[in-house]
Write a protein that binds this ligand. Sequence first.
Ligand SMILES: NC(=O)C1=CN([C@@H]2O[C@H](COP(=O)(O)OP(=O)(O)OC[C@H]3O[C@@H](n4cnc5c(N)ncnc54)[C@H](O)[C@@H]3O)[C@@H](O)[C@H]2O)C=CC1
Ligand SMILES: O=C([O-])CC(=O)C(=O)O
Length: 337
Amino acid sequence: MSFIASRIQRRAFSVSARNLSKVTVLGAAGGIGQPLSLLLKLNPLVTELALYDIRGGPGVAADISHINTKSTVTGYDPTPTGLANALKGSQVVLIPAGVPRKPGMTRDDLFNTNASIVRDLAKACAESCPEANILVIANPVNSTVPIVSEIFKARGVYNPKRLFGVTTLDVVRASRFVSEIKGSDPADENITVVGGHSGVTIVPLFSQSSHPDLSANAELVNRVQFGGDEVVKAKDGAGSATLSMAMAGARMANSLLRASKGEKGVIEPTFVDSPLYKDQGIEFFSSRVELGPNGVEKIFSVGPVDATEEKLLEACFTDLKKNIDKGKSFVATNPGK
Ligand SMILES: NC(=O)C1=CN([C@@H]2O[C@H](COP(=O)(O)OP(=O)(O)OC[C@H]3O[C@@H](n4cnc5c(N)ncnc54)[C@H](O)[C@@H]3O)[C@@H](O)[C@H]2O)C=CC1
Ligand SMILES: O=C([O-])CC(=O)C(=O)O
């Protein structure tokens, strides 16, 4: 083959490789995993969908694979090889694997079960797809994201630009709740929510929205902070938010894929390794983040806040630091196999 022909062929390969987007869902047969996988099957940016669960992955995959969009769907057996194959070549890995809350529980009460699930899945990711974007949905997000980072660090493959805690549901809720009060279209309501993803670590910044008066609406602030509890209570023992979460997770994955294809100005709120409050010992923080082909492109600062929000941020910092430290020390004391 001539030099030019081989160069053309190489370029054609790299262009088509860039156009291929394998997305993996770990926990694909669960309450979130199933509708999330469905929404990803409907996304034309996804070319290959890999579904893994400790039970039921192949069944969900067979069902979804009949949907007449172009992407291929494969379900993997619950074995180490199945998991490795689900992850190999993946560009985006979503992790909704783990137990959900029951009424009366906090997200932190899930730690004992979910920490080791996330730790072990993170090990598999570090091994099989160290360069993928990892989107952690499993709670408590404030602790599970640091767990993933510690595992990647221990293996020398940590890239802070590729690790995301999914906090999209908080802004989805905030815009919907505001629209109910104002009688507006939620699509027009851009509410910034910063901090973490549980209770008082969730800080909506209404003063920055087109309705600054709402920052004094304690009931609304509380509803955004404890929106998850509203669903847990209504489901009465049958789990937590699954459908709205699937929509939020699919939105976040879609934003990453759009940015990876070179679209500019794609901004999502997300819980990332962040410089914003590192001087206060807070290594991860959710704020508006511009996404790009390399993952995190730019982390926006919190911006001006009013006195009420200043107090909310103080409460957030205290809990968030504890949650992050808990995740980090878990890996130090429970490194697993
Ligand atoms: N980040 C967020 O905004 C939200 C997070 N969540 C969290 O997402 C998690 C999942 O919630 P649901 O889907 O409702 O729970 P679920 O119990 O319905 O589904 C979890 C799935 O994970 C699977 N699983 C467990 N261990 C696994 C492992 N080692 N490997 C692969 N799969 C495994 C289970 O077999 C099950 O199918 C919970 O921790 C929940 O708290 C829920 C809503 C919002
Ligand atoms: O509340 C929960 O346990 C699930 C969750 O994270 C949410 O709905 O925001």
